[in-house]
Each structure stands twice: as C-alpha cells, then as structure tokens.
Design a protein around this ligand. Structure first.
Ligand SMILES: NC(=O)c1ccc[n+]([C@@H]2O[C@H](COP(=O)([O-])OP(=O)(O)OC[C@H]3O[C@@H](n4cnc5c(N)ncnc54)[C@H](OP(=O)(O)O)[C@@H]3O)[C@@H](O)[C@H]2O)c1
Length: 244
C-alpha cells in the first residue's frame, strides 16, 4: 500500500512517538485522523503545523477508557474521509503497579486503554477495511510482555493481550487486511523516570542507547508500504533488549 493519499488513523498522537509518526506520514502524503485525549493544546498545534505545511489532518478527541467514546470515535473516524486505510494503535497508559498496592481501578484503566479500546476499534474499522478490500493495522506493543517487570504486571498483561489479539485479528481479517505488531524497547523515557533507572535499562540494552522516534516511523512505513506478505508478525524495535 502506498502512503501517499492513504487515510491513516492513529490514536494518542498529539505528543511523543505518535506525534512523530503522524508528522512522518503526513510529510509523505497521508491524510491523517489524529486521536488524542487530554493533550488538546498539543493536538491543535500539530494540526496547525501540518496544515501550514499543506497536509490534511482531522482531530478527534476521546477517552479510550469509555466504551461509548470508543464507539463514537470509530464512527467519527469513518465520517472524516469516508474510509480508513491504516489504523495505528499507539495510545497507551503506563505506570508502575507494585503488587501489594495495585487496585482494580489500575487494572481496568490499563486493560481498557491498552487492549480493549484497540480491540473494538479494530473490530469496527477492520470489518470496514476488509469489505473495502484492503487495510493495515499496526499495534505498538512492548518487548516486556514476554518477560514482565515485576512492578508492571498489569501493564505487561495489557500489552500481551494487545499482541495476542493482533494475531487473532490477523487471522480473521486476512487476506484483505494485514495486522502486525511492533515490540518496542526504550525509545522515549517517561518524563518522570529516574536517571538511575534509565542507566540500568541501557545497561541491559545491547545497543546501549535509546531508540529514536524516527526508527519507529521507519518500521511503520515498512509495514504500510513494503510488508504486504506480513501478517500476524512481531517486529522488535528494542535495541536487543529482549535478548539480554
Ligand atoms: N516510549 C517508549 O520508550 C515505549 C516503550 C515501549 C512501548 N512503547 C509503546 O509505544 C507507544 C507510544 O509510546 P509513548 O511513550 O509515546 O506513549 P505515551 O506518551 O505514554 O502515550 C501516548 C498517548 O496515549 C494517550 N492516552 C493515555 N491514556 C488515554 C486514555 N484514557 N484515552 C485516550 N488516550 C489516552 C495520551 O493521549 P493524551 O496526551 O492526548 O491524553 C498519550 O499522549 C505506546 O503504545 C507505548 O506503550 C513506548
């Protein structure tokens, strides 16, 4: 599939990795539907910046913890350009949940945003893409679902669920729609992550550095433009973190 003139829907893309992906794809001629939740100012500044450069972008706000809002988001997305060619599940919630303190609310939040919302967005949009005869779904997951950090068990389980459901969707939506997963390692630190934790992560990363958002963009371009014979696959973009 060509990126130029394709309609790309990406969740949680006002900031950080999602923003970089949105700008990269817009720069190559995609028409964007950018979802955000709380980052209203950042989303509007992205729209302004891209429109000034002559690109097409629509913004949609939704809290992915709400099933009703997820459903409305899916319907609104289809109205923007009449169809979608590429769905990128980027939005995510991530925080430590020490075993003695983790609550049902934490569990629900992590599962709803990281697994349930992508599943139902894929159910609705995937069906439309399949009927139309082509489509790509790309899920941003985490290498650590395979060997969970003991302080992030519900987060790892939510990304395991997203990885697994992406493979199930790959079977169900084939051959028209290809569904693939990126397993990211350290790319952009959370703003509040301690420097000693950062150093310890890098000691366990064979390539001894953080990845760059552009390296995630390159993998996404690969899945959209080059990887028509890939579905249900998982690509590690993690500096070798999973083999340490
Ligand atoms: N950063 C890394 O090094 C790394 C490592 C491994 C995996 N990944 C994966 O790569 C993707 C991008 O990473 P990132 O660090 O750039 O992500 P991020 O900044 O942690 O989150 C991206 C966006 O998710 C949205 N989000 C969170 N809760 C939401 C909710 N309840 N409803 C709707 N949207 C919600 C937020 O949108 P608003 O700001 O608009 O509220 C946020 O800007 C994620 O899927 C992440 O799990 C990243």
């Amino acid at each position: 599939m060509k990126i130029k003139n394709s309609v790309v829907f990406i969740t949680g893309a006002a900031k950080r990795i999602g923003r970089a992906v949105a700008k990269d794809l817009a720069g190559r001629g995609a028409k964007l539907i950018v979802h955000y939740n709380q980052s209203d100012d950042a989303a509007k500044s992205l729209k302004k910046e891209l429109e000034k450069a002559g690109h097409e972008i629509q913004l949609l706000q939704a809290d992915l913890r709400s099933f009703q809002q997820v459903k409305r988001l899916s319907e609104a997305t289809m109205i923007c350009y009449g169809h979608v060619d590429v769905v990128i599940h980027n939005a995510s919630t991530f925080y430590p949940t020490a075993l003695p303190e983790v609550t049902e609310e934490n569990w629900q939040d992590l599962m709803d945003v990281n697994a349930k919302a992508p599943f139902f967005l894929s159910q609705w949009m995937g069906d439309k893409m399949k009927r139309r005869g082509c489509g790509k779904i790309i899920s941003l997951c985490d290498w650590s679902y395979q060997r969970p950090d003991a302080n992030y068990i519900p987060y790892a389980a939510s990304k395991a669920a997203l990885t697994s459901l992406s493979q199930g969707l790959a079977k169900k939506l084939a051959p028209e729609v290809q569904v693939n997963t990126l397993l990211l390692g350290p790319i952009m630190w959370p703003d509040d992550l301690d420097e000693t934790v950062q150093a310890s992560v890098l000691r366990k990363t064979p390539l001894a550095r953080c990845g760059k958002a552009e390296e995630v963009c390159a993998a996404i371009r690969f899945f959209i433009e080059e990887a028509d014979f890939c579905t249900g696959s998982q690509l590690h973009i993690d500096g070798g973190r999973q083999i340490y």
